[in-house]
Design a protein around this ligand. Structure first.
Ligand code: ZN
Length: 131
């Protein structure tokens, strides 16, 4: 598949499609980075390594997107701050979108979306349905 994506983004997506969500860590200043980059945004060095985050974090901000019931109903869009300190836009599943609250502890999982691509979602930490 021809692609014009930067190599770092391609590596990230290739790992994600094998079910692994990776972020970057700067070997120079120890900062964690997401979204994938070629240079550290903190110290401008290019000494970045891929690491697998713990997968735990908190809801940093949350929005309920309104949708008609026949289109699937309302759904959550949240920005999650991982315990490594990076933020990503995602979705908290497993509860009513209106019950997603800022500060809620969540756990990452990688799941297939309807198109067959893998995507990152979160579930409330400690909930019964999370294994
Ligand atoms: Zn750095």
């Amino acid at each position: 598949m021809p692609s014009t994506l930067p190599a770092t983004t391609e590596s990230f997506l290739s790992e994600l499609n094998q079910g692994r969500f990776l972020i970057q860590k700067c070997n120079h200043c120890q900062s964690h980075l997401f979204y994938p980059r070629n240079f550290c945004i903190h110290c401008s060095k290019d000494a970045l390594s891929w690491i697998e985050p713990l997968g735990t974090g908190v809801v940093y901000s949350t929005t309920t997107v309104r949708r008609k019931p026949e289109a699937g109903g309302d759904y959550d869009v949240s920005i999650i701050e991982l315990d490594e300190g990076v933020r990503l836009m995602s979705q908290v599943l497993g509860l009513d979108p209106h019950e997603v609250k800022i500060g809620m502890r969540v756990q990452l999982s990688v799941v297939p979306d309807p198109s067959g691509q893998q995507k990152v979602v979160f579930h409330p930490l400690g909930a019964d349905h999370v294994q």
